[in-house]
Design a protein around this ligand. Sequence first.
Ligand SMILES: C[S@@+](CC[C@H](N)C(=O)[O-])C[C@H]1O[C@@H](n2cnc3c(N)ncnc32)[C@H](O)[C@@H]1O
Length: 470
Amino acid sequence: MQHFLPAIPLTGAKIVVVGEGEAAIAKARLFAGSPAQLVWHVGAREKAIPADIAAHAEITRGELADDAFDGARFVFLALDDGALTDEMAQKARAAGALVNAVDRPAQCDFNTPALIERGPITIGVSSGGGAPVIAAEIRRRIETALRPGVGLMSTLAHELRDAVKERLSDFTQRRAFWRRHLRGPAADLADKGDEAGARASLRRALIAESAAPAAPQSGVVHLVGAGPGDPDLLTVRAARLLADADVIVHDRLIPEALLRRARRDAHFINVGKARNAHSVPQRDIEAILIEEARKGHLVIRLKGGDPFVFGRGGEELEALRAAGLEARVTPGVTAALACAASAGAPLTHRDDAQAVTFVTGRAKLGGPDADFRAFAAPNHTVVFYMGVDTVETIERGMLDAGRAPATPVAVIENGTRHDERVLTGSLSGLSALVKRGGVAGPAILLIGETARHARTRDALVSAAQTEAAA
Ligand SMILES: C[S@@+](CC[C@H](N)C(=O)[O-])C[C@H]1O[C@@H](n2cnc3c(N)ncnc32)[C@H](O)[C@@H]1O
């Protein structure tokens, strides 16, 4: 660790800001509204003091008083003059303060981290002053992952701390109480800004649990769509659930970058299925979900794409409900949507396609075979999932059902990932295209007039550049 970020209480702490302009305003604003005693010594030029700062700060002007830094905890210097900055920094240190001099790293005792404030919670991200833009970017990402009600829940946790301690004497019980309720109905109410509702919900839960402490609670299982592979295509809700989960039961194709969004101490169970190699049978996956939820865990079943599009999410939901467990579903971006967007091939188009159908290339054994006639009409986009192994049957079936041999096709492999490939051709050459291309990763087969728009990422970029140059 190169820098340590301590949490220093601000109640009654004297903070002095000296200087003018945007930098001085930004430093003063950091503490306006905090319980610190803020003093801003503005130079002669600073005329308009922003109202939010004026309401909280003591403003001084003219010569800096000799005792200006007495009792100060932090002094911020936003001055143009280097020699004057040095002189003031020495005075401030002599008075026992820590100094931050804007844009003068050599004169700083500390850097100001990128901060997030939510009620009593403060999060700081520091690059040691060397890469503030990266620190700010990390802050932005953390902000999007935080639930809107996290500040309110922290305030309520503070408020109810003693009552919880009084009613639940055992530490493990208290921890279980908070872990359960900080993401239960009270947290949902806090997210909506309903302070009274969240407080009442926590109080009711506390009374109920102290009256019947032994009642074990079942956990919840969330079936969550992880999208096609690009971590940016994870939904905000999926990211939040990942960060909360105790147990994550995931598929083989979920990228490492996505799993890193989970808690460090979460338990990961890989039930990945490779093509033609089901490593964990479906019934066993359902049993794992039930067993983990019954331990009281928050369980996430993380699935590629969307759980309800060829993801067997329906079966898992039925099994969980039959076991009397609470199960919720969070949708994800399915491969057809992601691949079409990435390759620039719209799935519907006013001229080219008035309908779109998603079809599995691998029907359930004993189930009804794909009826190719049902989607062989022109101006209809058909997207085959899991169709690489059965591409010859698909090509023959579509041709026999009346699709024109010249119908455009696109094969999109590893869509949205760094190794995405887009192969284009026509229906009568579809299986040859897949074989020649050595398609081995997950791929969709896009069949229909709209496939003529499909391009590789490089081709899309160079087409845009050519157009821009014209
Ligand atoms: C078992 S299905 C799961 C589909 C997933 N639930 C969804 O909504 O995308 C697996 C098939 O999805 C398609 N697929 C998944 N991710 C893909 C990707 N990144 N690029 C292309 N196809 C993908 C492939 O056809 C793969 O064989």
